[in-house]
Design a protein around this ligand. Structure first.
Ligand SMILES: [Zn+2]
Length: 103
């Protein structure tokens, strides 16, 4: 028997976007609400090239642009930028205060 665990979340539940360096695996986390400019280097100084030609540009609606960009960013060739992207949410049903209730 195969068991599968899936988590669906809305974009408003997204806490941070994490960029992981392909060279050293160090990470930078940016809040989608506060991020203005992506970092040009990882914390250890490896260059991240945000201008790699991915053969993608969009002037379409943000929704269509989001779907198309997701497809493009999942392409392993995008690791030429020097980083991989992770999305972080809080664990569903977990509240930081709930641990204090048990004390
Ligand atoms: Zn690095």
């Amino acid at each position: 028997m195969t068991r599968e665990h899936r988590i669906a979340f809305s974009l408003s539940e997204l806490n941070v976007v994490i960029f992981e360096c392909c060279t050293c695996k160090s990470r930078v986390a940016l809040s989608p609400d506060e991020a203005k400019e992506p970092p040009g280097r990882c914390p250890l100084g490896h260059e991240w090239d945000w201008n790699v030609d991915t053969n993608y540009q969009s002037t379409r609606s943000p929704f269509i642009g989001f779907l198309l960009a997701l497809r493009k960013l999942r392409d392993p060739l995008c690791e030429r930028m020097g980083f991989r992207i992770f999305l972080e949410i809080s664990e569903p049903g977990f509240k930081a205060d709930s641990q204090q209730d048990n004390a």
